[in-house]
Design a protein around this ligand. Structure first.
Ligand code: TYD
Ligand code: MG
Length: 451
């Protein structure tokens, strides 16, 4: 019989398996990511063991979500915290992760047993923060510890919520490498997840992010947990956005919006008002887009600046939107509307620090670019949405009526929508609704001439 080659080594990043150790993974190209798998001895598994099947019914207890009273946080999780779930929260240093989680623990500790473990800061630092947040009289149980086995040992009496700041600082003696390494992070996360699933404790893990904004450590961490949230914001801007990128218990891409104030993070229940507050009068290059983020509509201002270029290759700079989509829209306008941007620098900005990924924003981008290019202001009570295809057609978008309703609520008088959305006329509005079927139509609508 031929001896079976065992693939005992595997890549921490992509999971590819190898019979021997390599410096670089041939699959994903990462260096130093291959480790040995110290597997459970196959022989110890009894041949006679079998599965216990169960039905699909869930106990009501598991379905009862717990509310934290911080409604923007509950919203991002899909309407409260599911017992036994594990939530990973990533974000840049100093963005406010520890602040948010301390506020949430304080709120939850009113009715539940809540433990906050910090491996990053001293108890004194945390108490000082709690004093700033006026949370120092709450019933949060605080401890500073990094050994995951000691942490779990101390929770034998049961606890409703466990907060760990941060997963990268934890270590366990059952994985033999230094804290912060991939195998340590994974081993600790595994123990915490196991704890959550067996006891029904909801666990929140704070995670560091790497330079390019991913949660540091193995990507597999994001697969292991139930929910992944990112806490984002711009330096110099007090607004913070909590975004769900994965959620086993609710919709993903849901947003929670907060403002960092002197006394901590305060939820912003009506973000459209917020994103439009600093908007000026009708000026060239500015138009408002009615977008849908998660479950709610949010209005944002799209700003464009088009200036004569002194570079061999003109500049294209984008904040808050996808640069490749900007290239596409510029190309469509160039070929379909005969409006050239090849000797112009183009700057595009979504005001307020929100990142938009919806294609429905295409039309607003095109309008702002045309407006900037022709130095013709769009009436500032105009709101726009629609997707643009490669042949210049304006395609329909989802949830049209909600977008119109939000625009009307904020006092917009004119709404420009795709013609194909008119067909499904399931909205009622006092505002003037104008429809466009292709990008050429916009030029007529705004009285812009190609140049
Ligand atoms: P922190 O929660 O420590 O960030 P992270 O854990 O993500 O690294 O937040 C630190 C920042 O928040 C710091 O720059 C000060 C600011 N902050 C306030 O503005 N108000 C407050 O009440 C608190 C507690 C912090
Ligand atoms: Mg912190």
């Amino acid at each position: 019989m031929m001896a079976k080659i065992e693939n005992k080594f595997y890549c921490n990043e992509c999971g590819a398996r190898y019979p021997k150790w390599l410096g670089k993974c041939e699959d994903c190209g990462r260096w130093n990511s291959i480790v040995e798998n110290i597997s459970v001895d196959e022989k110890t598994r009894t041949l006679g063991s079998h599965l216990n099947f169960q039905t699909l019914a869930v106990s009501q207890e598991k379905l009862d979500r717990k509310l934290s009273d911080i409604s923007e946080f509950d919203r991002v999780l899909g309407g409260g915290i599911v017992p036994g779930s594990v939530v990973l929260i990533g974000g840049d240093p100093g963005i406010g992760k520890s602040t948010l989680l301390l506020q949430i623990s304080a709120a939850l500790s009113q009715d539940h047993k809540c433990v906050y473990i910090s491996g990053e800061e001293s108890a004194e630092q945390i108490c000082m923060r709690a004093a700033r947040l006026r949370a120092d009289d709450s019933d949060v149980k605080l401890a500073c510890e990094t050994d995951v086995d000691i942490i779990l040992n101390s929770l034998k009496d049961g606890v409703d919520f466990l907060i760990v700041d941060s997963i990268q600082t934890l270590h366990t003696s059952s994985a033999d490498s230094i804290p912060g390494t991939v195998s340590q992070v994974r081993a600790c996360a595994y123990k915490l997840i196991n704890f959550a699933k067996t006891t029904g404790t909801a666990v929140f893990l704070i995670g560091h992010v790497t330079k390019d904004g991913m949660i540091a450590g193995p990507k597999i961490l994001e697969h292991m947990v139930d929910t992944v949230l990112y806490f984002e914001g711009e330096r110099g801007n007090s607004y913070r956005i909590l975004r769900s990128v994965k959620n086993r218990y609710g919709p993903c891409d849901e947003l929670g919006i907060f403002e960092m104030q002197q006394k901590g993070l305060v939820g912003v229940p009506d973000p459209s008002v917020l994103f439009l507050t600093q908007r000026s009068e009708s000026v060239p290059g500015s138009v408002v887009f009615s977008g849908i983020e998660g479950t709610r509509p949010i209005l944002v201002e799209v700003q464009a600046l088009v200036s004569k270029s002194y570079f061999a290759a003109p500049r294209r700079t984008v904040v808050g939107w996808d640069i490749n989509r900007l290239f596409t829209i510029l190309a469509v306008m160039e070929s379909k509307c005969k409006i050239s941007f090849s000797d112009r620098d183009v700057y595009l900005n979504i005001a307020g620090g929100l990142k938009i990924s919806e294609p429905a924003c295409d039309l607003a981008v095109a309008v702002s670019l045309l407006s900037a290019r022709s130095e013709t202001a769009v009436w500032n009570e105009t709101c726009v949405f629609g997707e643009i295809g490669l042949t210049g057609e304006v395609r329909s978008v989802s949830r049209c009526s909600e977008r119109i309703k939000e625009a009307e609520k904020l006092g917009f008088k004119k709404i420009i929508i795709p013609t194909s959305n008119i067909g499904a006329k399931n909205y009622a509005t006092e505002a003037v609704v104008e429809s466009v079927e292709n990008i050429m139509k916009i030029i007529e609508l705004f009285g812009m001439a190609g140049r």
